[in-house]
Every structure is written in structure tokens, then in C-alpha cells.
Design a binder for this molecule. Structure first.
Ligand code: AMP
Length: 292
């Protein structure tokens, strides 16, 4: 695997791949890699001729008082994992190399998709995400870009950006990789104490219970939301940030009955975030689909 730290080198590789007409798969990450990232890299490996991953803890998407400084960093461990997953190129660089002096142009998602949930709780977060992803897509020039459904609002924002700005890339959103007790893998899980880690499994369990209710025929969005909130409030030492049922593409919440003309139900995504002290855990589950 080739390690690239200069943006100029990355751009040169992009131009080479383009000239050769290669299918290039790109997986942007913030490092502290786990099997969730692994599933994205392996999918890219299966579908593309060249696989590029980036590790960049993007200061622009962290708010004041968030965990930018203490975000887990393990470049050597990450390199070994990427190598084992079949990655061809790892790009990692410093904030000052990516945001050069005089930087003043941003991609700002500005609509209902960022008005609620992570967009509301973390002002400026999706502006940071959209800006860095746009920059990385321009620098790597991939044919395919891979994101996790674990961060479903982020995936929706990126799909929207790619569509709205006519970015020539196919966005692939991959299923959530989970631990054996159901907790979604996350670099931030290392912040949890043993007790919190055990309690955290209550988050996916509550989402599963919501899906079970939906399958049993419950179609009232307020009733499903109330039941989900109730389950989440029972998790020891966790504070509830939000729980809701949304359209997975627009992130607009459902208000009434989950019925959609001839179809039995529209696509319904249950989204939730809970907090153990300052550690926020996000998860989501499609109520109208099988699987992760
Ligand atoms: P991060 O390093 O947390 O910014 O994540 C990089 C990419 O990996 C994002 O597209 C995430 O949605 C994705 N990702 C993170 N955790 C998981 C997981 N448990 N399963 C699948 N994808 C994930």
C-alpha cells in the first residue's frame, strides 16, 4: 500500500487513474479504524480496480468543546488494517496542508436535511463534512465513494451534495457493522466505561424493538416514536438526545400514519442518539427492511 501525505501526489495519482480509465473506490475516514471501516474498504476492493482510503481528523466538522483533540489516533495500527483489507493508497495529511492559508470557501448544506438531529445538535458539523468530502472527492477523483449507513444523516447529506453539485461519483452506502451485542462499531466506543459499554447495547435493542412493533402492524409514527423514546430512557446513565422516524433520503420526520398510497409503508428510518456523559452514540434502523 502506498502512503501519500502531499495533496499534489494524490492529485497526480488521480490523473494517472483517470488516464488509465480505472474504477477508483474512495473511503474517507477519520482513522481509529475498526471492522465498520473494513466493510467499506472490502466493498470498494470488490467493486473497484484501485482503492483509496483517507485518514483525516477534520477540524472543520468539530464544534468548540467537542472531541477534536482527544479523538483516537493510531496511524500505524490503521495502516496495518488497511493493508490487510486490500487498500492500495492511504492518504493522510495535516489540517494546514488541506486548509491552506487564505482558505475561505465552504460547501454549506442548507435545507431541511440539516435542520434536525445531528445538524441541529452540532451547528456547522455538516458544513465541515460536506466541505472536506468535496475537497477529498476532487483530490481523489473516484468513480465510487463509500459511506456507512451508521451515519445515516451524513450519508443523506453527501448524496444530496453529490446530486445538487453534479459531482461525477457514485455514492455507495454500506450496512452498519455491529459488535456481537448489536452495538454499532464506532471509533468513539473506546470512550465508554465497562458499565457504559454494557448499557450501550440498549440503543440497538430499542431500535430492534421499534422494528418489531412496526412488523406487528403499528403504523402510527407518534406511537412508534413514543415507544422508542421510552425504551431509550430506560438505558442506565444515558441521556436521550433524540429519537425519531424519518424519511431516509430527506431526514424529514414522519408526523402521522406511515402509509403511502398503494404501498404498505413508505421507507422509514428510525434514528436515535444517546449520550453517556460527553460521549454521543448514534444509531439507526430501517423499520421497513430486513437486516442491518
Ligand atoms: P469515521 O471514521 O467515523 O468518520 O467513519 C468513516 C466512514 O465509516 C463513514 O462513512 C462512516 O459512516 C463509516 N462507518 C463508521 N462506523 C461504521 C459501522 N459500524 N459500520 C459501517 N460503516 C461505518
Amino acid at each position: 500500500m502506498k502512503l501519500v501525505t502531499a495533496v499534489e501526489t494524490l492529485a497526480r495519482l488521480r490523473d494517472e487513474s483517470r488516464r488509465a480509465g480505472l474504477r477508483v473506490g474512495f473511503v474517507p475516514t477519520m482513522g481509529a479504524l475498526h471492522e465498520g471501516h473494513g466493510s467499506l474498504v472490502k466493498r470498494a476492493r470488490a467493486e473497484c480496480e484501485r482503492v483509496v482510503a483517507s485518514i483525516f481528523v477534520n477540524p472543520l466538522q468539530f464544534g468548540p468543546g467537542e472531541d477534536f483533540e482527544r479523538y483516537p489516533r493510531d496511524l500505524e495500527g490503521d495502516r496495518a488494517k488497511l493493508e490487510a483489507w486490500g487498500c492500495d493508497v492511504l492518504f493522510t495529511t495535516s489540517p494546514s496542508a488541506l486548509y491552506r492559508q487564505g482558505f475561505q470557501t465552504y460547501v454549506v448544506p442548507d435545507g431541511p436535511i440539516v435542520e434536525r438531529y445531528e445538524g441541529a445538535l452540532r451547528p456547522g458539523h455538516f458544513r465541515g463534512v460536506a466541505t472536506v468530502v468535496a475537497k477529498l472527492l476532487n483530490l481523489t477523483g473516484p468513480t465510487h465513494a463509500y459511506f456507512g449507513r451508521k451515519d445515516a444523516q451524513q450519508a443523506a447529506v453527501i448524496r444530496r451534495m453529490v446530486d445538487d453539485l453534479n459531482v461525477p461519483v457514485r455514492v455507495v452506502v454500506c450496512p452498519t457493522a455491529r459488535d456481537s451485542d448489536g452495538l454499532a462499531l464506532s471509533s468513539r466506543n473506546v470512550y465508554l466505561s465497562t458499565e457504559e459499554r454494557a448499557a450501550a447495547a440498549g440503543l440497538p435493542r430499542a431500535l430492534e424493538a421499534s422494528r418489531a412493533r412496526f412488523r406487528e402492524g403499528e403504523r402510527s409514527a407518534p406511537a412508534l416514536r413514543a415507544a422508542l423514546e421510552n425504551e431509550l430512557r430506560r438505558i442506565p446513565d444515558a441521556a436521550l438526545d433524540y429519537a425519531d422516524l424519518v424519511d431516509p433520503d430527506t431526514f424529514v420526520p414522519y408526523a402521522g400514519e406511515l402509509r403511502d398510497g398503494a404501498r404498505a409503508a413508505p421507507p422509514v428510518l428510525a434514528v436515535a442518539a444517546v449520550r453517556f456523559r460527553s460521549t454521543r452514540l448514534l444509531d439507526n434502523l430501517r423499520l421497513d427492511e430486513e437486516g442491518p
